[in-house]
Ligand binder design. Sequence first.
Ligand SMILES: O=C(O)CCC(=O)C(=O)O
Length: 268
Amino acid sequence: MTTHAERAQFERDGYLIFDPGVPLTTLDAITAELKDRFEWRVTNGVLKRVGRIQDAWKFSGHVRDLATAPRVLAMLEAFYGRKPLPFQTLNFPTGTEQHVHSDTVHFNSQPAGFMCGVWVALEDIDRDNGPLEYYPGSHKLPEITIEDVDRAGYVKHSSFDRFKAAVQDVLHANRPGRRYGEFVYRSYETFMGDLLKQLGIEPHYATIKKGQALLWAANLLHGGSPQRDQRRTRFSQVTHYYFEGCRYYTPRLSRGRKLAWRKIEVIR
Ligand SMILES: O=C(O)CCC(=O)C(=O)O
């Protein structure tokens, strides 16, 4: 099952690279099944697949098999002491280049911290096809919410055009609208990037082999690094897990103590 060294590393660094014990034929079947379902777009003069497919487990038995891989479930149960509940899958065709964030702004639980992500490489990953980037030890920082960043007045660091659009929403609708939400989220991303620089926490890159997985703790800061070679693919799947016996909510939709509780559909 899990070794003492693996537990100690996960506790210390907030991540673990491991073998999820899933046959390569399952990974290839996922890629074959999904590759023609992604959108195409010209980016930097190159026609490439883009976007993500959320919850492909609903129509793909292979995606579901990866999300519920017995070795992954056993390891998570050993680490967290509760039964893991896979509740969402995302499949990517290329690097996401997503800005650094903690999953606690998207998914959280009461008690806090009972959430994690398991990211699986469906092909070999190197520095040129946009590896996942992550910041070891950052899971021990306090959980920073978007409201914390908003209250701290960090919005002034974001672009003036976005700010104007957000203000217009407030003036016209007399309440914060979608553009305000996006504007504040961009400010959150800027804040987290600046915080990491100030703390001197350097990124690591998940240059892992096809079939390897990276587990991250809910509060570990991570994102997608730039895809240097736009012609490459970077097929990958992340599954998000909650744990049994908690209440679950969506922080981005919550206001103050009014939490946006969520019902989860467990992948089985
Ligand atoms: O796959 C990536 O590049 C980033 C994924 C990510 O940040 C996430 O799923 O939260």
